[in-house]
Design a protein around this ligand. Structure first.
Ligand code: SF4
Length: 575
């Protein structure tokens, strides 16, 4: 399970109904090392937005929570099954309102379902969104409901005072401060500063090109924070920082101190604040550059469209490949790395242009539409064309995604079509941004693409470990944990024997069904009663002492018998 994220403004957001930070924190504590999410098919992402503005992007998370208060009770709107990647999917509404003490039980149940029914063999399909797509929301929620009996906690009260009170900066004695560039300061004030819900304190955003900061600069930055803000600051989703609890009389001093470090660039989260993944710089899956081009695009906005620097509606996002780590799939103007071949079959680095995506409110969003592929070196020109068109033809105050919808995809295709034409190319277009020689495609296994060592003996050894943990949990009276470890051992052990017949089920539930069919129903392996019913009795029983003990005993016996069976078969085969 990925770390749990929340809006950077959580706790100081003037629009929030309540602070979601303790909920995100407790969710992290509860599921860290929790047996139910240690070996899922793939990652699972959870976010908490501080308000209906959905600044934590509930709509692209496996589970997204947005605060609600109904009849004086705290709770959350819950979105499920969203995700970006090469197949962007909008999350669906699981609950309009779920009381606060139910969010952990719900998450636990969802994770159990994802663990059991989620794909494992085809890595690209091993996300919650595919399971939701395959079985539909109704069936998914019915499976979630079936897990209720077995949950460790049917209700879980979250301590909202668990986090320490914010540490406030010292009071600054007012003095006359001279700002050398008043215009830049005013723009910074307008785009990077907002008054917190705690009146008299300000949140200050720091824009950081590509999120890169040297350790030397980080130390100097830390000294500035110590002087003018609360020591707890937040890292933002668009690669910047949010300083909190700045006093009004410290704003000018903070601006000057940040400016000295080149950290007072106005236009935070605006069209001039381009987000990019590391792309070919450091990611094995990167196809073409996403880093150097993003700086070129920022230059175009700052130098040629200064009137748009405070526009926080248009977001430009770039990824080095279709996987969307740079979130191009939800950008107003998104780009992802690709390649294109000229008539002679020679390869050029390219960018796919996507438009019209964005965040709406309350967990809704729009996935951007693919428009055209262009050589990478034409990226800045494409941006000029797009921003020029928007400045000229949009009506006052029209959001970019509304403009996109109004004029339609074909309008943009026609606008950019000349840039996609590669009947005549120039030598520079064969060289990617940030490079000095012709482009060559290099991709390899991604850093997060785990290689599975799926040998039979490894699986059986793993089962032994799981049963050891099950016994330890049982001895500590952690019955739900013990049961889950025993369950995982059942799965691993049966998977090992299936593998010996070259059967590789893609989900846990399929492993159970295949084992029943291949070994138990055929009489190849003796299991008293139905193997399937016994293993799946995990969600028919309360996590009690007696069930935990009998489930552990059976799982131990099963491993022992499978190991013996395997030795006998091996002996026969060796003879
Ligand atoms: S996988 Fe693709 S999108 Fe993700 S970091 Fe690598 S290049 Fe960027």
């Amino acid at each position: 399970m990925r770390n749990i994220t929340a809006s950077d403004t959580a706790g100081i957001d003037p629009k929030e109904l309540f602070d979601v930070s303790p909920y995100a924190h407790e969710m992290f504590r509860y599921f860290l090392r929790n047996p139910i999410c240690q070996e899922m098919g793939r990652k699972f992402k959870i976010s908490f937005s501080s308000s209906d503005d959905d600044t934590a992007f509930a709509f692209i998370h496996d589970l997204g929570f947005i605060p609600r208060i109904v009849d004086g009770k705290r709770g959350f709107k819950v979105m499920i099954g969203g995700g970006l990647g090469a197949n962007p999917t909008l999350a669906q509404l699981a609950y309009e309102f779920l009381e606060e003490d139910q969010i952990i039980p719900l998450t636990e149940a969802v994770l159990r379902v994802f663990d059991r029914y989620g794909e494992r063999n085809r890595r690209m399909k091993a996300r919650m969104k595919f399971l939701l797509n395959d079985i539909g929301l109704e069936k998914l929620m019915a499976l979630v409901q079936e897990e209720r009996t077995a949950l460790k906690n049917k209700s879980y009260k979250i301590d909202t005072n668990i986090l320490p009170e914010p540490e406030l900066p010292s009071i600054i004695v007012a003095e006359e401060v001279v700002i050398p560039n008043e215009r830049k300061f005013q723009l910074w004030r307008e785009t990077n500063v907002f008054e917190q819900k705690q009146k008299g304190f300000f949140g200050v955003y720091v824009k950081l090109p590509l999120g890169n900061m040297s350790s030397k600069l980080a130390r100097q930055f830390a000294d500035v924070i110590d002087l003018y803000a609360s020591p707890e600051f937040r890292i933002t989703v668009n690669q910047g920082y949010l300083l909190r609890y700045v006093r009004p009389e410290a704003l000018k001093l903070l601006y000057l101190a940040l400016d000295k470090l080149a950290l007072a660039e106005p236009g935070f989260d605006s069209v001039a604040d381009v987000t990019a993944c590391p792309g070919t710089d450091s990611c094995n899956l990167g196809i073409s550059d996403s880093v150097a081009i993003s700086l070129e695009l920022e230059k175009v906005v700052r130098e040629e469209f200064p009137g748009l620097i405070s526009n926080q509606d248009i977001k430009i996002k770039i990824s080095g490949c279709p996987n969307s780590c740079g979130q191009h799939g939800l950008a107003s103007i998104g780009l992802h790395g690709s390649t294109i071949k000229d008539k002679q079959g020679k390869m050029l680095p390219a960018l796919v242009v996507l438009l019209g995506g964005g965040k709406l409110k309350g967990g809704e969003g729009i996935i951007s539409d693919k428009i055209i592929k262009i050589p990478s070196k034409r990226g800045p020109q494409a941006l000029r064309v797009l921003l020029g068109d928007y400045e000229e033809n949009s009506v006052d105050g029209e959001y970019y995604h509304d403009y996109f919808k109004r004029v339609g995809r074909n309008h943009f295709y026609q606008l950019l079509k000349p840039l996609g034409d590669i009947t005549s190319t120039v030598p520079d277009e064969y060289i990617d941004w940030g490079q000095d020689s012709n482009f060559i495609l290099h991709t390899a296994v991604g850093e997060c693409a785990g290689v599975m060592i799926d040998l039979i003996s490894t699986l059986l050894n793993d089962s032994e470990d799981k049963l050891k943990w099950s016994k330890e949990a049982y001895d500590k009276k952690h019955f739900a944990d013990s049961i889950y470890h025993s369950y995982s051992a059942f799965i691993n052990t049966s998977k090992a024997l299936l593998l010996s017949r070259d059967i590789k089920p893609s989900t846990q539930i399929q492993t159970i069904l295949d084992f029943q069919r291949e070994f138990v129903d055929t009489g190849s392996f003796e299991f008293s009663g139905s193997f399937k019913d016994y293993v799946l009795s995990i969600n028919k029983n309360e996590p009690s002492d007696s069930f935990a003990l009998s489930y552990l005993t059976e799982s131990l016996k099963f491993l022992d018998e499978v190991s013996q069976y395997r030795s006998t078969v091996k002996e026969v085969m060796e003879k």
